[in-house]
Design a protein around this ligand. Structure first.
Ligand code: ADP
Ligand code: ADP
Length: 225
């Protein structure tokens, strides 16, 4: 099945007496191993779309299929289970735990899922090494550069081998050279692992390296060239 399928997704927010319909029937499918850039202006609904695709927020109408499973009517506990098992998130700011090392930050989600510390740390080490952080395993976030912190966040998002990676401006707070490096590492890992990726970015140069580009126009997803 498709990693992600959104069909007819509607989301409106109440605004005073009225309602603001920010998503007006979004259709979007992403298959495994495919990376899609979401390039759209601020306020157009990118974060809302990512939250709905990540089962963090409900839509008002439409359906969200994760790996073929319709999720809109599932109980919250089941949505949370699917989210933890199948979806990885990367944000503009990394949200790493400051008191833990890079290795521990990446190992932890796997231990929560039931792996032993040894198994979790072995996989964490592989991922971090792949991202060029083999010599930073025991550093805490404050001892890492911005680009390194973001790479740790990417490793953590992929630690549980999700089917879908969702990223909201993952390089938004990095300088152009570091962005380029982090983005390259992320897209390489996406290809290597076969995870489907939906990545919101303002950076057209980075978007051009992904398999597809889409935008939001009047509350709908439109494919770009
Ligand atoms: P983007 O990520 O593209 O900047 P967002 O999805 O964050 O856009 O927001 C789209 C629009 O929806 C904005 O106008 C924002 O003010 C509005 N919005 C987002 N979340 C809420 C909310 N919880 N309540 C009311 N309005 C919201
Ligand atoms: P946890 O195991 O920490 O409880 P969840 O299953 O609640 O995590 O969430 C999975 C992912 O979604 C985590 O990366 C978490 O940071 C992110 N997340 C959870 N709630 C929100 C939210 N309201 N907005 C944005 N991201 C969230």
């Amino acid at each position: 099945p498709l990693a992600l399928a959104l069909t007819g997704v509607v989301r409106r927010y109440t605004q005073g007496q009225g309602a603001l319909e920010i998503l007006r029937g979004v259709d979007l499918t992403i298959s495994h191993g495919q990376s899609v850039a979401l390039v759209a202006p601020s306020g157009s609904g990118k974060s809302t779309l990512l939250h709905i695709a990540g089962l963090l927020e409900h839509s008002d109408a439409g359906e969200v299929f994760i790996d073929g499973t319709p999720t809109a009517r599932l109980p919250d506990a089941e949505r949370t289970r699917i989210r933890r098992m199948s979806i990885g998130f990367v944000y503009q700011f990394h949200h790493l735990l400051g008191e833990f090392t890079a290795l521990e930050n990446v190992a932890m989600p796997q231990m929560i899922r039931g792996l032993t510390r040894k198994e979790a740390e072995a996989r964490a080490k592989d991922l971090l090494s792949y991202l060029g952080l083999g010599a930073r395993l025991t550093h805490r976030p404050a001892e890492l550069s911005g680009g390194e912190q973001q790479r740790v966040a990417i490793a953590r998002a992929l630690a549980n081998a999700p089917r879908l990676l969702l990223a909201d401006e993952p390089t938004g707070n990095l300088d152009p050279k570091t962005s380029d490096h982090v983005f390259g590492a992320m897209t390489e890992l996406v290809r290597a692992t076969g995870v489907a990726a939906l990545i919101a970015t303002h950076n057209l140069e980075l978007a051009s390296r992904m398999d597809r580009r889409v935008t939001l126009r009047e509350g709908k997803v439109v494919e770009l060239a």
